[in-house]
Design a protein around this ligand. Structure first.
Ligand SMILES: [Mg+2]
Length: 267
């Protein structure tokens, strides 16, 4: 699987959240062929470079691409909401430097700084809920709750403890939560992708359905932003309040609806 032929001149950046936006496992196929056709048209007519902006690790993204039957690979991937990866002609993916390295270095020292706050959150969570704390390579701190209700309770505790450090951020996706530095999220990663291709927010489009999409669904990251019809209520309200497009269609057909709204339909 290779990317589409490079455009003569990059004209737009298209950023898609993966799970619940581009991809829906219950749909058959999980990504509509109409989306592939729309991406090919926008590559040809607008010089659009498309990518996946997700909380998944890069290995998990590649797995998802194969599973969804994409006829071509993305032009870029943002993994774990912060690492930028670019496809190579040999089919491998390579990290965008110095972005990925400085991000990892900065996070390493930041997690030492916020250790005591995270310990307090962990104690609270383990004493009062059945959520599981996660610490693994690439994910210095995170958790998975049993239910959305449990996560709502945890969020209140996280917000209160996090007052102790102005840069302590987190990315929530349903019952999953990953702690990080506020500087690194889908929005700042997307801005870096645009910069890499010589573009900026004015020619950037983004679509997502859940809480970890907040930052990329804002004018600072993407002048054109949308959510699919299945987006969580908080995201739908956020998109409408910011002047974005809340789709009627769900998942990948929602992506097609949003792209046609901002770039026009097929002629
Ligand atoms: Mg999602």
């Amino acid at each position: 699987m290779q990317p589409l032929d490079p455009p003569a001149k990059p004209g737009a950046i298209l950023s898609f959240d993966f799970d619940g936006t581009l991809h829906h496992p219950a749909d058959e196929p999980p990504v509509s062929p109409r989306l592939f056709r729309t991406l090919e048209r926008l590559r040809r007519d607008e010089g659009a470079l498309w990518g996946i902006n997700t909380g998944r690790s890069i290995a998990h993204v590649i797995e998802g691409l194969v599973e969804s039957g994409f006829p071509f690979t993305p032009d870029w991937v943002v993994a774990r909401e912060r690492e930028i990866w670019l496809p190579q002609p040999n089919g491998r993916w390579s990290p965008l430097q110095p972005w990925n390295q400085s991000c990892e270095d900065e996070l390493k020292s930041f997690f030492i700084e916020v250790r005591s706050i995270l310990d307090l959150i962990r104690r609270d969570v383990e004493e009062h809920t059945g959520a599981t704390w996660i610490e693994q390579p690439g994910d210095p701190a995170g958790l998975v709750a049993r239910t959305e209700e449990e996560m709502a309770w945890i969020m209140q505790r996280v917000e209160s403890h996090a007052n102790g450090n102005p840069f302590l951020g987190w990315q929530r996706n349903s019952i999953w939560l990953r702690f990080g530095h506020k500087k690194y999220q889908k929005g700042s990663s997307l801005a870096e992708v645009a910069r890499h291709f010589g573009l900026d927010a004015s020619s950037t489009f983004a679509i997502g359905d859940s809480h970890n999409d907040f930052e990329m669904l804002s004018p600072g990251a993407a002048a054109m932003f949308a959510c699919p019809g299945n987006a969580v209520a908080d995201i739908r309200e956020h998109v409408l309040a910011g002047g974005g497009h809340a789709c009627t269609a769900t998942h990948s057909l929602g992506c097609v609806e949003a792209l046609e709204k901002f770039f026009g339909g097929p002629v």
